[in-house]
Design a protein around this ligand. Structure first.
Ligand code: BES
Ligand code: MN
Ligand code: ZN
Length: 490
């Protein structure tokens, strides 16, 4: 399992610059006078640094971007990244600058000279997040990443600010590892076992097996998994860091370890991406890990429905009618609209058992949300403006794209079934909204609720600011901040 890079903080030592190996990263700004670090590097490189700073290329950089001097003569390092970062800047820009250094981090190690920059901890966080690699299944020589050293004015103080960020980075990495893992490794059993292992961190973890799910009446969830050799499970993770007996906040995740579509089978092209269909559950797990690591002063319960959607002689058919735990019946028009069937039962169970003060579910629920928003924003659906706005604010502060989508009775009316209380699929138009309306039928009116459709944001085919291509861990930072802002202030 990937761990974030350990980062050593020390005071600035100008004499160490010439001999630094691997990558050297320094901060500069357009029009700002050279400080002692840049002056020393400029002298050692016989003016190459000053020339770079005076170049067109540097003047065109946005804050947080950088340019590289490769194999500079006069220095032992193999590249100097000159990062454009104004002294007064927000956290997201500082993370971006750190990430520019993290992207190139390799076996040779990185020395980042941040001097007295007020966002030094954010620089470290960005570097750590971007240096993530998923190389578990690569054979051959593995490059172990080298050490990261940061030179800062006040090492102890920066280390103290960076400590809770390390907990967040570890949560993000846990999510990314789960989402990147192929489905023959991350079976329902393996997924549940990785969650159970978090008991070491002080989380209480319960695994509900199929016999218990039958007793609870979760026939909507069970129907999805009945064509798979891997048994369906619901895992409940408790973090009780808040007041004793106070109702928790609930996080609910879709954990489809592989989505073939079932009997309504998906086309072959691109089906391999459906290893990420447990992304919602992955984010819930990552947030719970972060809360435990930083000993959050809040009561939060994370519930995930873990199933595999396979075609088989015992698989659910189109036309089948299942009864949910709530009691409502569902006509399964399309076995590929399985996420909502899983969530219906887990959402209901979460409310019946915990009476949560609020509830947020995450799911790679629809291709339609990708048509609507692309890969820049998660679709946000809610029955409660206060919770929704608080979430949107937290997401914006963390630089995680989120956009509210509409809901309404007109969309809900599409769910009418000839033979049951509702259908699970009603055509392409507004597909992300009708999916959300389906979920809303399993949310009690008194429960403030948000649904996050992360189908477009959980995994990217291209590198992003804070992650290499693959799983992003989108949402861990925003949810951690929401919990901090809402429950841990004052
Ligand atoms: N897991 C998919 C949605 C998805 C698509 C996630 C692309 C990530 C990338 C979901 O289970 C699904 O198949 N949804 C169907 C619903 C339809 C049958 C109503 C879809 O979006 O096509
Ligand atoms: Mn599906
Ligand atoms: Zn799915």
């Amino acid at each position: 399992m990937s761990q974030p890079l350990p980062i050593q903080f020390q005071t600035t030592d100008l004499d160490a610059l010439a001999g630094a190996k691997g990558r050297l990263a320094v901060l500069a700004d357009v029009g700002a006078p050279l400080g002692p670090v840049l002056k020393r590097l400029d002298r050692l490189t016989k003016g190459a640094v000053a020339r770079a700073l005076a170049s067109q290329a540097f003047s065109k950089l946005k804050p947080g971007e950088g340019l590289d001097l490769g194999f500079p003569s006069g220095l032992a390092c193999d590249a100097v990244h000159i990062l454009r970062l104004p002294k007064r800047t927000d956290a997201a820009t500082a993370r971006k600058a750190g990430a520019a250094a993290g992207r190139a981090h390799g076996a040779g190690g990185t020395l980042l000279v941040a001097e007295g920059h007020p966002r030094a901890a954010d620089l470290a966080f960005g570097l750590a997040l971007r240096a993530y690699e998923f190389s578990t299944h690569k054979s051959g020589e593995k490059t172990t990443p080298g050490p990261v050293t940061m030179m800062v004015a006040k090492p102890e103080s920066v280390a103290r600010t960076a400590a809770p960020m390390a907990a967040v980075a570890e949560g993000v990495f846990f999510t990314r590892d789960l989402v990147n893992e192929p489905a023959n490794i991350l079976t329902t059993h393996d997924f549940a076992a990785r969650l159970a292992a978090m008991q070491e961190l002080g989380l209480e973890v319960e695994i509900l097996e199929e016999d218990q799910l039958i007793k609870l009446g979760m026939r909507a969830l069970l129907g999805v998994g009945q064509g798979s050799e891997s048994p369906s499970k619901v895992v409940v993770m408790h973090w009780n860091g808040g007041k004793k007996g106070e109702a928790p906040f609930a996080l609910v995740g879709k954990g489809v370890v592989f989505d073939t579509g079932g009997i309504s089978i998906k086309p072959a092209a691109g089906m391999e991406d459906m290893t990420m269909d447990m992304g919602g559950a992955g984010v819930v797990a990552g947030v719970m890990r972060t809360l435990a690591l930083r000993k959050a002063k809040a009561n939060v319960v994370g519930l995930v429905g873990i199933v595999e959607n396979m075609p088989d002689g015992r698989a659910q058919r189109p036309g089948d009618v299942v009864r949910s735990m709530k009691g409502d019946t569902i006509e399964v028009i399309n076995t590929d609209a399985e996420g909502r069937l899983v969530l219906a039962d887990v959402l209901w169970y979460a409310q019946e058992r915990f009476k949560p003060t609020g509830m947020i579910d995450l799911a790679t629920l629809t291709g339609a949300i990708i048509v609507a928003l692309g890969h820049e924003n998660t679709g946000v659906f809610s029955n409660n403006d206060d919770l929704c706005n608080a979430f949107l604010k937290a997401a914006a502060a963390e630089g995680e794209g989120a956009w509210r989508m509409p809901m309404g009775d007109g969309y809900d009316a599409k769910l009418k079934s000839r033979v049951a209380d509702m259908v699970n699929s009603c055509g392409r138009d507004g597909g992300a909204v009708t999916a959300a309306q389906f979920l809303a039928r399993f949310v009690k009116p008194e429960t403030p609720w948000c649904h996050l459709d992360i189908a477009g944001t959980a995994l990217l085919k291209t590198d992003s600011t804070l992650a290499p291509k693959g799983a992003t861990g989108w949402g861990v930072m925003a949810l951690d901040r929401l919990i901090r802002d809402r429950f841990e202030k004052g």
